[in-house]
Design a protein around this ligand. Structure first.
Ligand SMILES: [Zn+2]
Length: 352
């Protein structure tokens, strides 16, 4: 917010030709971001909401219209007296993002996504046990097929090997970080401080603080799956015992649920409590507003979520948890693809 005000002051001095390119980019991103998160609005409303001058808004909007990123509707009649105003909206199909989800174990999934996160077209290919170069070849083939299929300009989210194959910008994130960005950018309401937990074959999380993804020293932020939860617990794939993963990851839970006489309430409740214990210091230390759980609906909804919530509430101050929103991710199946899209529009267009 502080920088927004400063931008507005710079822009209002009327020497826009002399504005540094950086400020122009900041103002352009501010307008794109406002249109992305809001409804269609007039240039005057856009100026009011962003704090930029009308002259500045009009100039940037004209550029965005010429580029195809923004569409102009109207003028709306509305029966009002005076000059009718046209409304401005983001064009969700100005660019398409090709997003690949390489986090599954048996197949590679990719999709052409619109800027507002709709799946335009999706494709999956079985991995057939491929590893190393053979696997990379499959990834590149999937990316190329999707890029060819898209009818508009394309940006892409996947590794640098693919950058050599397809002539578009490439951005990479791990699946939990991508999912956290999806929750930040496409979540309603938009929340600036959140942790997203991916509960799958393992457990990972992505942390967003102040609207920015936290990667941490050596990119280990959010790696909660191997935090010790039970000293006498089962052996984990990391070689240690009693990690969160061996208590609350999907294979472990499914195995327990399959045992004769197993109670779903007991199994899911214990897993949810274990997750709650690991999340409590995270939520408290960072002052988070939202915890989003992403995983199979039959596991992470219901008892699992409720016990995680109750545990966090029990183990820290009420002022930390009073307004804490703990929820299951919407569009959990697409969340990594959606996260790839969020990453690309943040890096390429400044929409966060
Ligand atoms: Zn472990």
């Amino acid at each position: 917010m502080g920088s927004r005000k400063a931008d507005a002051i710079v822009a209002s001095r009327g020497t826009e030709k002399a504005l540094p390119e950086h400020t122009r980019q900041v103002n352009r991103s501010l307008i794109l971001r406002t249109l992305f998160h809001g409804a269609a609005m007039s240039r005057a409303d856009l100026a009011r909401v962003t704090g930029l001058t009308r002259v500045s808004v009009s100039r940037i909007v004209d550029d965005l219209i010429a580029e195809g990123l923004v569409l102009e509707h109207g003028p709306s009649s509305g029966g009002r007296v005076g000059k009718p105003s046209t409304s401005i909206a983001l064009n969700p199909h100005a660019y398409h993002v090709v997003s690949l989800d390489l986090s599954a174990y048996a197949e590679l999934t990719g999709a052409i996504m619109s800027l507002d996160g709709e799946v335009v077209h999706s494709m999956s290919v079985p991995m057939d046990g491929a590893t190393g170069p053979a696997l990379l070849e499959k990834v590149c083939a999937l990316a190329s097929a999707l890029v060819k299929r898209s009818t508009v300009r394309v940006d892409l989210d996947v590794g640098s090997a693919i950058a050599a194959v397809v002539p578009v910008p490439v951005h990479i994130a791990n699946d939990a970080n991508a999912a956290a960005l999806a929750a930040r950018t496409y979540g309603r309401p938009a929340v600036d401080d959140l942790v997203l937990v991916r509960i799958g074959q393992g457990i990972g999380s992505g942390v967003v603080v102040g609207g920015t993804l936290v990667t941490g020293h050596r990119f280990t932020a959010g790696e909660i799956g191997h935090v010790l939860i039970d000293e006498d617990g089962a052996r984990c794939r990391c070689g240690r015992r009693g990690c969160l993963e061996v208590v609350a990851a999907v294979p472990y839970i499914r195995q327990l649920l399959a045992e004769p006489g197993a109670s779903a309430t007991v199994v899911l409740g214990a897993a949810g409590r274990a997750l709650g214990r690991v999340l409590t210091p995270v939520v408290t230390a960072l002052g988070l507003e939202q915890v989003v759980l992403s995983g199979p609906e039959d596991i992470v909804g219901g008892v699992f979520l409720e016990e995680a919530r109750a545990t966090i509430e029990e183990q820290t101050l009420a002022i930390v948890t009073d307004a804490l929103d703990i929820r299951v991710a919407v569009r959990g199946d697409d969340i990594v693809l959606l996260g790839g899209t969020a990453l690309v529009i943040a890096e390429e267009l400044g929409i966060r």
